[in-house]
Design a protein around this ligand. Structure first.
Ligand code: ATP
Length: 363
């Protein structure tokens, strides 16, 4: 009878609760035992009450709740081997032999590192006299399965991460609100959206709201962008548009990797295009609130698949991450997905923007 732990880690994202619910209930459905690890890796390192056995009723109502009800954290101790040793001990004490982690690339990297170190950690626990040989024997293999929970949609090898469509919907609502006041006063608005090194939210928000100009990290604008942008915006105004919306991804930069700030864009629109311009930074509103239908569905289907992946795993199977590719739930090697994601940042840093786009798209 497997004992499967589930946790949320890194930045919160709408839909994470749906993933926890699906993992808990699917685990119970298969006759196994489910545990929630509270506050991300912090809970694993602290153990005790932070690791709770979960029944069917315990996740009632989770599907429609935003954020993560079991908490999340950034845990410095887990970055160190000593923290991971303590985490291993806590897991064995609770009898947990598999972990499903819903988080970003950092959380998934940490998880795979934990699995790679696992035999060494068990050996050390026995040598230190923390646990007996008999106690650790049934826990020789640790299964790790990743679920990508992030509003940024920044993981390669999946078309959508849990939370990204809720965030996109929230951004669109906000831009629609700004639109009405912009139109009334014939104003220009520069709207900064989240996404870190990924431009997906900015690009899709721009497409969905008919923005006049969009800045994203993967496709920096040509060198003469300042002039270009003003020209395009003036053309839109000449065609009768009463408002201007420019969306800037938080990671936006020019082809020399110089940051493009909302303030800089505002100055250009005010001084060169002579528009009454305001800046709106959407901030944490973008990650809050209830998950949209798509994220509930994605979280549920992926949570189900995660439990299946645990039950089908062999010691040789590389840790999988559950992805969505062309509307199908699939498993991909977790480490490869993380490595490819990191390569995007490397390509951008090397100013190889074509490669960055290629890597973002690749399965
Ligand atoms: P987000 O995309 O929202 O930032 P994330 O999962 O990438 O989510 P991180 O802050 O990078 O967020 O990681 C969350 C936690 O995962 C860290 O606080 C740490 O406990 C653990 N972690 C991250 N990277 C590693 C690593 N290389 N080794 C061990 N643990 C790690």
């Amino acid at each position: 009878k497997r004992r499967i732990g589930v946790m949320t880690s890194g930045g919160d994202a709408p839909g994470m609760n749906g993933a926890v619910r699906a993992v808990v209930r699917m685990t119970l459905h298969y006759g196994c035992e489910a545990f929630a690890i509270y506050e991300g890796y912090d809970g694993l390192v602290k153990g005790g009450d932070m690791i709770k056995q979960m029944g069917w009723e315990d996740v009632r109502g989770f599907l429609s709740e935003g954020g993560t009800l079991i908490g999340t954290a950034r845990c410095m101790e887990f970055m160190e081997r000593a923290g991971r040793l303590q985490a291993a001990k806590n897991m064995i004490v609770k009898g947990i032999d598999a972990l499903v982690i819903c988080g970003g690339d950092g959380s998934l990297t940490g998880a795979d590192k934990f699995r790679a170190e696992w035999p060494g950690l068990l050996k050390e626990l026995v040598e230190n006299g923390d646990l007996t040989e008999e106690k650790v024997e049934p826990f020789k293999y640790l299964n790790i399965v990743g679920l990508v929970g992030s509003i940024d949609n920044d993981l390669s090898m999946t078309d959508a991460t849990i939370g990204c469509y809720s965030s996109l919907a929230r951004i669109c609502e906000a831009v629609d609100s700004v639109d009405t006041t912009a139109t009334s006063h014939q104003r220009a608005f520069v709207i900064e959206v989240m996404g870190r090194h990924c431009g997906w939210l900015a690009l899709m928000a721009g497409v969905s709201t008919g923005a006049d100009f969009i800045f994203i990290p993967e496709i920096p604008p040509p060198d003469n962008w300042e002039e270009d942008m003003c020209k395009i915006i003036k053309k839109h105004r000449d065609l009768g548009k009463r408002k201007t919306i420019v969306i800037v991804a938080e990671g936006a930069h020019d082809r020399n990797l110089k940051k493009i700030t909302p303030q800089h864009v505002k100055t250009l629109l005010s001084e060169k295009a002579k528009l009454d311009t305001r800046i709106t930074t959407l901030g944490h509103v973008q990650r809050g609130g209830t998950p949209c239908a798509y994220d509930r569905m994605l979280a549920t289907l992926q949570g189900v698949e995660a439990v299946k992946a645990v039950l089908e795993a062999t010691p040789e199977t590389p840790s999988p991450v559950i992805c969505m590719i062309e509307n199908k739930i699939v498993r991909r090697p977790l480490l490869e997905a993380v490595a490819q994601t990191k390569e995007v940042a490397t390509a951008i840093h090397a100013k190889d923007f074509d490669r960055a786009m290629l890597l973002r798209d690749a399965e």
